[in-house]
Design a protein around this ligand. Structure first.
Ligand code: ADP
Length: 233
């Protein structure tokens, strides 16, 4: 599904590489966690895998598509059609209801408003938001906002869900519920997930954990908590 080969990325004006030669692959239906301290390069690597940025060197393939070979328009299409993003601070549009936020990617992809809203409501129910779908983001809890953000990220059935510290702004109860939702969607929809966190308990929910330090994977570190075995596809 996702293949990353000796990828590097250095930001302008920075002495060190944010990502300094990283290789790994994620199989379809896998749930992989990137773990490591703040500043070790997790977000940068997620942005590269999510077609939000291009590597300086190395290759990233999503399915058969070599992301580094795409022009800006094609990269935007990959991002819109094949990738879903979940962020630490939800990034919902405040002037839209939760249902409208969830429907937005479908509208951008050309669905009719009626069809987009119907699918948004079905998925909203699925993520446990039935009673809150007509509320605005400011009227609901952080956990509810994040569940809406997850629904928005997967409503167009992306190949890959990229989640950057999705529980980082939630209390432990809401964090656990969001994590359980991600596990449930991974198992029931065979949703492929690449998630970054610095919290061992969050990473332990994944099938596999990759440990990062200073832009590289720490060799042979293994998972910090026993990882779940991948379910057969
Ligand atoms: P993490 O997600 O693990 O906290 P990041 O990928 O955000 O790590 O950051 C990796 C390194 O790149 C850090 O040294 C950070 O300061 C630097 N960095 C991240 N984003 C930028 C940017 N837009 N411009 C310059 N440096 C950046």
């Amino acid at each position: 599904m996702l293949s990353v080969e000796t990828v590097t990325k250095q930001y302008e004006g920075q002495e060190r590489h944010a990502v300094a030669g990283v290789s790994f692959a994620v199989a379809a239906g896998e749930f992989v966690a990137l773990m490591g301290p703040s500043g070790c390069g997790k977000s940068t690597l997620l942005h590269l895998c999510g077609a939000m940025d291009r590597p300086d060197a190395g290759r990233i393939r999503l399915g058969d598509t070599d992301l580094g070979r795409l022009d800006d328009d094609a990269l935007t299409r990959v991002r819109r059609d094949r990738i879903g993003f979940v962020f630490q601070f939800f990034n919902l549009l405040p002037t839209l209801t939760l249902a409208e936020n969830v429907a937005l990617p479908l509208l951008l992809a050309g669905s009719t408003p009626a069809d987009a809203m119907r699918r948004a409501r079905t998925l909203g129910d699925r993520v446990g938001l039935s009673a809150r779908l007509d509320a605005y983001p400011a009227q609901v809890s952080g956990g509810e906002m994040q569940r809406a953000a997850i629904a928005r990220a997967i409503v167009h059935e992306p190949a890959l869900l990229v989640a950057d510290e999705p529980t980082g702004n939630l209390d432990s109860g809401n964090g656990t519920r969001v994590l359980t939702l991600l596990q449930e969607l991974n198992a029931s929809l065979s949703l492929t997930i690449l998630l970054a966190t610095h919290a061992p308990d969050i990473a332990g929910a994944a099938h596999r954990t990759l440990q990062m330090r200073d832009g590289v994977f720490v060799p042979d570190a293994g998972p910090v908590t026993p990882a779940r075995p991948a379910r057969p596809a």
